[in-house]
Design a protein around this ligand. Structure first.
Ligand code: SAH
Length: 297
């Protein structure tokens, strides 16, 4: 059955508001930061091949907090190197926030930022029209593949841009997360738009394996406090429910049986645990680090 519910990402201001609240209620960025500071440095050390200049592409960078942490780890591993950093981000607001963040941070002189206010699809189109031959040493797509029409085609394109020794980092919700359980059960009733892909690292791994591409996988434990979702009429709870379902004004627009079913599943042990009276949703992420395609020998 096709749903008539509206997709949250079509309302940028409510999407950004719900994303901000999600970051406050979850350990999303904390778990990424642990990965960036503990595991990513070894990956970053292996790129570049001793070059004095590195090309980085950030796809769906948001407000740039996570990007700047990765760039600072990159700088620690390659202190003498200059960096060309393409930022691909369609939200004017997020791009603005990123620029403000950069303007407030000292010591970023080694990075040249190129701001691309566009989707990954538009970036790909531009790249092809301009017949660009530049290759990238590090490309990252963090929590953004849900928003592209064809995640596999997007991975293929950015993968094709990798330099020898380059790495493509993808972070998405893990196949072990509550997100996957929620999507498995309700995706057909929640969304009628192809712009929301309900993709997890499990899907990406299956796709890479089918193509024989080599990669490393890391599980990143993360939690999200969704207790407020269970208080009828709670504004923050409603905003979080929008984020969870990717539906705009889910509480007010979903049919009652769908709403009841989603709420029941969200607190089910498949998705959440109860701890000290709080309901804690499994927000585990997966990080996949992809090696370049082998060129013929
Ligand atoms: N990487 C950041 C932001 C993730 S939110 C972080 O982890 O904190 C997803 C981001 O992808 C949003 O900033 C959104 O504006 C952006 N986005 C949505 N559709 C996109 C597309 N087609 N191409 C590139 N970015 C997109």
């Amino acid at each position: 059955m096709e749903s008539s519910l509206k997709c949250l990402v079509n309302d940028d201001s409510r999407y950004q508001e719900s994303f901000k609240l999600f970051l406050e209620r979850s350990s999303e960025h904390k778990c990424m930061q642990d990965f960036i500071h503990n595991l990513l440095p070894d990956v970053l050390a292996s790129i570049g091949d001793g070059k004095s200049h590195l090309n980085v592409i950030g796809v769906g960078s948001g407000a740039g907090e996570i990007d700047l942490e990765m760039l600072s780890e990159l700088h620690l591993k390659h202190p003498e190197v200059t960096v060309d950093n393409e930022v691909v981000e369609p939200s004017a607001q997020q791009l603005h926030n990123y620029r403000v963040l950069v303007s407030r941070k000292p010591d970023l002189d080694y990075i040249k930022f190129n701001w691309n206010k566009m989707t990954s699809g538009e970036f790909e189109e531009n790249w092809k029209v301009k017949k660009m031959t530049k290759k990238a040493d590090f490309i990252h797509m963090i929590q953004m593949l849900y928003y592209v029409k064809d995640p596999e085609a997007t991975i293929n394109f950015f993968h094709s841009l990798l330099n020898k020794n380059g790495k493509l980092l993808i972070i998405l919700v893990s196949g072990e997360s509550g997100w996957r359980r929620l999507w498995q059960t309700y995706r057909s009733q929640l969304s009628n738009t192809e712009l929301s892909q309900y993709v997890t690292t499990q899907d990406v791994k299956a796709f890479l394996e089918s193509k024989g591409v080599s990669y490393q996988n890391y599980e990143l434990p993360s939690q999200m406090d969704i207790t407020e979702c269970f208080t009828e009429g709670d504004e923050k709870g409603e905003l979080l429910l929008d984020f969870l379902t990717e539906v705009l004004n889910f509480s007010k627009t979903a049919p009652p049986d769908l709403k009841a079913g989603v709420l029941e599943l969200l607190r089910h042990p498949d998705c959440s645990v109860e701890s000290n009276g709080r309901i804690i949703f499994n927000n585990n992420l997966g990080a996949i680090v992809i090696d370049p395609l082998k060129t013929g020998c």
